[in-house]
Ligand binder design. Sequence first.
Ligand SMILES: N[C@@H](CCC(=O)N[C@@H](CS)C(=O)NCC(=O)O)C(=O)O
Length: 259
Amino acid sequence: MTGITLWHVPISHYSEKARWALDVKRIPHTRRRLLGGTHPAMTYLLTRGEHQTVPVMTVDGRGIGDSTAVIAELEARFPDPALYPADPAKRARALELEEFFDEELGPYIRRWAYHLITRDPESVAELAFNQMPWVTPAQLPVATRTLSYFLDLRFRVRSEERAQRAEEKVMAALDRLESELGDGDFLVGDTFTVADLTAASLLYPLALPPEGPWQPKHLPEAWLARMDAARDRRGVRWVSEIYARHRRAARREAALAAV
Ligand SMILES: N[C@@H](CCC(=O)N[C@@H](CS)C(=O)NCC(=O)O)C(=O)O
């Protein structure tokens, strides 16, 4: 066994990034789901005060926070199949794109999504059950208020202006994805790299592919309208295709490696 544990939240797009890397590399490991509200404290403890976010990977007594650092550690320990291109210039470009989507897309798509969810009673109730499965129907009003408060505190999701700016950032990241892709299938060179994995994981809420981590029953009207408007965009179709081709294969191979 590798002794690796991934601490994650199922719907978290940064967690999805780390899960995907582990699956591509077919690394046997344990997954521990952190329940809503407990993850800042748990991840703080696991990383000895360095991080308060998921994912965290523990290995050899160390807690590694941040999906980029998790992938760097996996790449060093399990180089094959590689997620970093061998060619130095291509590698630098793949890492620059990883950084771009981490910083310029991830936080904004989350703010946009949580802003809409916390304004829609059915969606926020579904999210509360997802994050806090022990909640009873009688506790739901308190649970949804607490969740909305927590989300605003952590991610500043309430303000309309901020949500609007967040949506613009998501669309700008989609523009960049499309211009970087050009006519190609991959962002860097002609193989699947960390750049593709990062862009697809962090954009998954706009495509909601069947191979992805979350298929909500309820979605706010504005979210559905945004998905509809973006459905035929090359970047959104690419996310679905990358999921269909690379996520499904990665999961199947990981399952085989675990047998
Ligand atoms: N740069 C970090 C971002 C991770 C992140 O923001 N994770 C979110 C979940 S999607 C989180 O745990 N947030 C908890 C909080 O801020 O309270 C990474 O790449 O891992």
